[in-house]
Design a protein around this ligand. Structure first.
Ligand SMILES: Cc1cc2nc3c(=O)[nH]c(=O)nc-3n(C[C@H](O)[C@H](O)[C@H](O)COP(=O)(O)OP(=O)(O)OC[C@H]3O[C@@H](n4cnc5c(N)ncnc54)[C@H](O)[C@@H]3O)c2cc1C
Length: 228
């Protein structure tokens, strides 16, 4: 979206053809935002969506990308490509005993999604991108998980019941252009859980951009210093 915006700014938008090639049939894990983006990209930003295009290979010298589509291999020439690499936990989790051994979260840390305690090693707790949970790979999730882990860990040491649960809180500020963003917040239910009544999660607005650009750095830095 930022590249599309930069092309608009420079007056070159009509010279560019833009495609979004997701590997499957999803653009976002929250279904309403998935719906929204499915029409927003082509209708508002003139970005075509070519579904089911997992990247299989790339030839940077010739600027050519190959996708393994269900219909077979498709090669696309490009001038500029933005690739999101496959994500995984560090090798010691992915290949070791601490990760989920099977299922959707295979290779990610096997925690209970509410208590954040490891499901097989009760003296292990997890937080952050490394955990294998249905949603939550955001720093905002880490911020919500950290106190749960701290309090539940202390409770485990004291042999008490867990006092806290993570709700799956996930927050994605989607920057739609310079100065505009949408703040998407949801939890395990995949229902929207907006923190601010005055923000519409389906509308690019100035306030979420200001939050993301100017305010969140301070919050994340405070979190890194242990002030959750
Ligand atoms: C482009 C982008 C934009 C994002 N924007 C937002 C946003 O606006 N809001 C939001 O909430 N989230 C956002 N996120 C997500 C957020 O950055 C992550 O959820 C968050 O950084 C996860 O924190 P973490 O500490 O769990 O993992 P990481 O930040 O990945 O930290 C893990 C650290 O462990 C280190 N490490 C790995 N293996 C080893 C090892 N063997 N030994 C020692 N160290 C090791 C890594 O180098 C890394 O520094 C964004 C992510 C991306 C990629």
């Amino acid at each position: 979206m930022l590249i599309e915006d930069a092309l608009q700014d420079s007056g070159m938008r009509d010279r560019a053809e833009m495609h979004y090639l997701p590997p499957g049939e999803g653009l976002f894990s929250q279904p309403d935002i998935h719906e929204f983006l499915t029409s927003y990209f082509p209708d508002k930003r003139n970005v075509a969506i070519d579904w089911n295009h997992p990247l299989a290979g790339i030839d940077p010298a010739n600027r050519r990308a190959t996708f393994a589509t269900p219909q077979g291999s498709r090669t696309v020439d490009y001038d500029f490509i933005h690739v999101v690499p496959p994500m995984s936990a560090p090798d010691m989790i992915r290949n070791g005993d601490l990760g989920w051994q099977t299922g959707d979260f295979q290779g990610w840390l096997e925690v209970d999604q509410y208590s954040m305690q490891h499901r097989r090693y009760p003296n292990v707790f997890g937080a952050g991108d490394v955990v294998g949970t249905p949603v939550g790979k955001t720093a905002a999730s880490v911020k919500a998980q950290a106190p749960v882990v701290a309090d539940n860990l202390v409770a485990a040491i004291d042999d008490r019941e867990f006092p806290m649960e993570w709700t799956g809180y996930t927050s994605c500020p989607l920057i739609t252009e310079k100065g505009q963003a949408m703040l998407v917040e949801f939890d395990f239910s995949l229902e929207m859980t907006p923190s601010f009544d005055f923000l519409n999660p389906f509308e690019p607005q100035w306030a979420p951009w200001f939050l993301k650009e100017r305010m969140l750095h301070a919050a994340y830095n405070a979190m890194l210093r242990g002030r959750v």
